[in-house]
Design a protein around this ligand. Structure first.
Ligand code: SAH
Ligand code: SF4
Ligand code: F3S
Length: 437
């Protein structure tokens, strides 16, 4: 038995959806009378909202649990949440006594009862995927930063052979349009100027007839929402209507995250990606025809089982063909329970390391080239954080580039700047009214 916790701290790892879930868990605990603590050392309850996507991310969850023990030997109540919680369930409690409750991504609306039960001495585990959606019982959104996430679709039916997400997030489910628009309205009222629609396959969102483009149009009508983004999209769900939306909706930002993973058709097939290199490139072509200035970003995996030097060369080829503005690249990590984990010809670590280095060097060349091409141009940034230097703020361009600028504007302001310098992951800029030095 411990006293019921009064303060909480939520720590999220992994993808944007976990960030979103973390915010909603915090709001839920707040609605149940708890107050936020500034960090995990001072909190009565710590929620670790974990990621299972690669081995390193999953292992980190347990080392983070261990680190919650304080110098005087005490520790907070600990909730393991997120995708590791879903994947491990009861097993998590066996691995360490420090975990007081385990709650999966579809069950976190039950967190307050679980916290009460854990404080009373039991160690509840809830990895249900209940028929009643958590969204129907979570408290309404209130305050928001200038840039908000909004989950519209969750889960995945694609079953790429390397990936745990279909198991940790469950089957594809789209939230009803009316609920999403209501949440977007609440976020706008709470201060959001930009909304990023989230889903594991966000472009598979559907209300039975209308697709994501309709939803984007509905959100574009909300007062105060000036920028709309969406991620992550799957190449095979990139409909012509959604592509057309990029030409037609001014609030829809010129940025598309469209992971390809690999450039070799043999590997794409072994990954169960349901697209080829050529069909992917064709989709990119159509997107660029609709919105010529669009920034494309992608995800890549090197060292998938059986990947040869020739296969890898095809990945570099697709990188050169698309000229990504930004990209995330990973070494293949075998995940328990996925088909690829037991495929023959697992690629040695040194080979993966070397390929990842070559891939990242190539990707950096393209992102630097993309950023260089925007130098000297005027654009509008939405300020989202403070820079390290006094008077310095950082904001995002429509193409999601971070611009460092000296200004007395505040977080949430949209200001006109001229970019002056380019780096692979950021730009320097000056206020548009100031003469560049
Ligand atoms: N469609 C998803 C993808 C989630 S995983 C989404 O909503 O974001 C994000 C990226 O992690 C994938 O695109 C893939 O590049 C990478 N990834 C997934 N499983 C992996 C594994 N087993 N090893 C290495 N990288 C992996
Ligand atoms: Fe994972 Fe593939 Fe689904 Fe993306 S589409 S979440 S990579 S299984
Ligand atoms: Fe990680 Fe789960 Fe997101 S495994 S990437 S937190 S969906």
């Amino acid at each position: 038995m411990t006293a019921p916790p009064k303060t909480y701290h939520v720590k999220s790892f992994g993808c944007q959806m976990n960030v979103y879930d973390g915010e909603r868990m915090a709001e839920l605990l707040g609605a149940n009378g708890m107050t936020p603590a500034p960090d995990s050392t001072s909190a009565d309850l710590v929620v670790l909202n974990t990621c299972h996507i690669r081995e390193k991310a999953a292992d980190r969850a347990y080392s983070d649990v261990g680190r919650l023990r304080r110098k005087d030997g005490s520790r907070p109540l600990i909730a393991l949440a997120g995708c590791v919680a879903q994947a491990e369930g009861e097993e998590a409690k066996r691995r360490t006594k420090m975990i007081d409750m385990v709650v999966g991504p579809q069950a976190y609306h039950r967190l307050p009862e679980m916290v009460a039960a854990a404080a009373a001495g039991s160690r509840p585990v809830d990895t249900d995927m209940p028929a009643i959606s958590k969204f129907d019982v979570l408290p309404a959104r209130r305050r928001s930063g200038p840039s908000a996430f909004l989950t519209v679709q969750e889960g995945c039916d694609k079953f790429c052979t390397y990936c745990v997400v279909p198991y940790t997030r469950g089957a594809e489910v789209s939230r009803p349009a009316a609920d999403i628009v209501a949440e977007a309205n609440a976020l706008a009222t709470g201060g959001a100027r930009e909304i990023t629609l989230l889903g594991q396959n966000v472009n598979a969102w559907s209300d039975g007839s209308a697709g994501l483009d309709h939803l984007i149009r509905a959100i574009a009508r909300i007062d105060g929402i000036e920028r709309i983004r969406y991620m992550t999209s799957h190449p095979t769900d990139m409909t012509d209507a959604l592509i057309a939306a990029h030409a037609e909706i001014p609030q829809l930002m010129p940025y598309l995250h469209l992971p390809v993973q690999a450039g070799s058709d043999r590997i794409l097939q072994a990954m169960n990606r349901s697209h080829s290199a050529a069909s992917y490139l064709h989709t990119i072509e159509k997107v660029r025809a609709a919105r010529p200035d669009i920034a494309i970003s992608g995800d890549f995996i090197v060292g998938f089982p059986g990947e040869t030097e020739n296969d890898f060369a095809a990945t570099l080829e697709i990188v050169d063909g698309v000229r990504y503005a930004a990209a995330y690249s990973f070494k293949y990590s075998p995940r328990p329970g996925t088909p690829a984990a037991t495929m023959p010809d697992q690629v040695p670590a040194e080979v993966m390391d070397e390929r990842l280095q070559r891939l990242q060097a190539r990707l950096a060349e393209h992102s630097l080239a993309f950023n260089r091409a925007t130098v000297g141009k005027a654009t509008t940034i939405l300020i989202d954080r403070k820079g390290r230097l006094p008077g310095q703020m950082i904001g995002k361009t429509p193409w999601l580039q971070s611009v460092f600028v000296e200004t007395d504007a505040s977080i949430g302001d949209m200001i006109d700047v001229v970019t002056t310098t380019a780096h692979p992951n950021s730009l320097g800029g000056v206020l548009a009214t100031t003469k560049a030095a």
